[in-house]
Ligand binder design. Sequence first.
Ligand SMILES: NC(=O)c1ccc[n+]([C@@H]2O[C@H](COP(=O)([O-])OP(=O)(O)OC[C@H]3O[C@@H](n4cnc5c(N)ncnc54)[C@H](OP(=O)(O)O)[C@@H]3O)[C@@H](O)[C@H]2O)c1
Length: 335
Amino acid sequence: MSSSTSFKALRVHQVEKATQSRLETIRLDDLNPGAVVVKVAYSSLNYKDALAVTGKGRIMRGYPRVAGIDLSGVVESSADPAFKPGDKVLVTGNNIGEALDGGLAEFARLPADALVPLPRGLSLFEAMALGTAGFTAALGLRRMLENHQAPELGPIVVTGPTGGVGSVAIELFSRLGFTVAALTGKAAQADYLRKLGASEIVDRTTLDLGSKPMEAARWGGAVDNLGGDTLTYLTRTVRPWGNIASIGLAQSHVLNTTVMPFILRGVSLLGINSVECPRPWRVAVWDKLAGEWKPQHLAAIAPRVVGLEDVAKVCDELIAGKALGRTVVRIGGDL
Ligand SMILES: NC(=O)c1ccc[n+]([C@@H]2O[C@H](COP(=O)([O-])OP(=O)(O)OC[C@H]3O[C@@H](n4cnc5c(N)ncnc54)[C@H](OP(=O)(O)O)[C@@H]3O)[C@@H](O)[C@H]2O)c1
């Protein structure tokens, strides 16, 4: 393709301090420079995409910017010897859809080190059914296992469990032999959560969060997508030597806690950053997701496939906390 070939992209603009997203026709030269041009097959929608597209959060670093922190596709051309035309690749994070143009477009142009070769065992579609959410859940699992999380410590509680990260986390931990509890604002979705592997459903809206620095220790460990008072509650209630993977802030970025759980129970708060994760970890985690950790319920976890024209509507739903599982965006489809 030539640099003047035009294609569709969902771009975010800043107009007089307000954010506007629109589907428009752009050219390759409108994208950030990069050694590899990828024909995009699929992208996906994460909470962060919703913040960027709706303007509810300051995600973009520079405008105009193609949205989309995820993509899978096929290399169209490459000036880097690591990739050649026809190679299947995926990208999650690595600053795409933030500082670099992202995956919600028919083509992307990226630095070679942002790309991961599609691992054997995953299709282009499955890579995006997992996307950043699935990758992040798996990175949390890896960090917790490295810090000695074991089923014997007790049940893992997952917050925001009907969302993308939470859904994949439930399946991953239950497959590895952990007992999993889902702490949800959508108790009506109990069947969905049980299907993924949750054996206990806890209603977040009626849960007593306690007020003491430490309350009765109930959870062996936790995967937290909410932050705020929910994360405070987790620090109070995780058992000795348990880990809390701090992933999200869907409730709040604020954390009010004390050092008591850390120094008296040996609890660990593990930070998870999927965007700038070291490349060897990234490749290793994707290999796990394509192999022994591959979720068996991907069709249930990613039940919805939409087009670029539907992205804005789905982003509004994600911001309203109405998500159920993951949404894949079909762009070129299977290439
Ligand atoms: N650290 C990283 O690298 C990284 C990577 C990916 C995502 N994240 C963050 O992790 C979080 C989850 O991401 P996601 O893609 O899974 O999001 P998502 O699909 O939109 O799911 C978020 C879930 O959180 C709950 N929720 C939403 N809004 C809420 C609110 N105002 N108060 C309380 N609960 C709320 C809902 O679950 P229930 O109704 O079941 O409670 C919702 O399904 C987000 O904050 C995201 O930015 C971080």
